[in-house]
Design a protein. Structure first.
Length: 233
């Protein structure tokens, strides 16, 4: 703990992560391993998580790396085998990063810090980049499972960020979160019903945004929300 705090090891690890991911975007095994180490340590070591949360450099690195790799998901819609392979490779890094940010967002005091790196915008961008299940060309069952993990972690982060915060709720609606949710409502990504349950929790919170009622109605949220309730176990 002393070494982490006094020798700036945590920011250096995140700088290394960014460097590795930029060397070969979507295809760097080492960046996936390092991101998994960082995510696991955040989960198991409260002090490490606190150091990450209070360091703007760490948060900015996560934001930049996440944005870079989420764009590769769009290639899953293409017919290019090379593009699809890159997309599959990027999923591991993306999953670890989103999981780490989701863990950090559970701390109410840290959420304002996450606003500085536009976390709500970032999470909606990730959801928007994920192709619908019927259009995706992922090459393995593992890739599909990883996408499901990405969606679950992203939704958990949005639920945390939007909880009892009108400003973030309104921002989510303005940035098109309803459209992103509609696209991912296909059963293919949600074998266990977890994604649908998170949809319901998030939509319930967003329904309190009086200033965004017009956008919600234009998004036809009612026809989207009630079928989710009917199908819920």
């Amino acid at each position: 703990c002393f070494l982490f705090k006094n020798f700036q090891i945590v920011p250096r690890l995140f700088s290394l992560l960014e460097d590795l991911s930029l060397l070969a975007p979507g295809c760097c095994t080492n960046s996936i391993k390092l991101s998994l180490l960082l995510s696991t340590t955040c989960l198991q070591e409260p002090l490490f998580m606190k150091l990450v949360c209070t360091d703007n450099h760490c948060l900015e690195v996560m934001s930049r790396t996440l944005n870079c790799n989420s764009m590769l998901l769009i290639s899953a819609n293409s017919g290019s085998k090379r593009a699809i392979t890159k997309c599959d490779c990027s999923l591991g890094l993306l999953c670890n990063l989103v999981s780490m940010i989701s863990q950090i967002s559970t701390d109410v005091e840290v959420r304002n810090q996450l606003d500085h790196v536009d976390t709500v915008d970032m999470m909606i961008r990730v959801l928007s980049c994920i192709p619908s299940f019927s259009q995706a060309n992922f090459t393995t069952v593992h890739a599909v499972s990883t996408v499901q993990d990405v969606v679950v972690s992203t939704l958990k982060c949005l639920v945390n960020m939007c909880q009892l915060n009108r400003k973030r709720q309104e921002k989510s609606i303005e940035l098109g979160v309803i459209q992103a949710l509609r696209k991912l409502s296909d059963e293919g990504y949600d074998q266990e019903g977890m994604i649908k349950n998170l949809f319901i929790v998030l939509l319930r919170d967003l329904a309190f945004c009086k200033n965004s009622y017009k956008i919600l109605l234009e998004s036809n949220i009612i026809s989207f929300y009630f079928p989710l309730l009917q199908d819920r176990d």
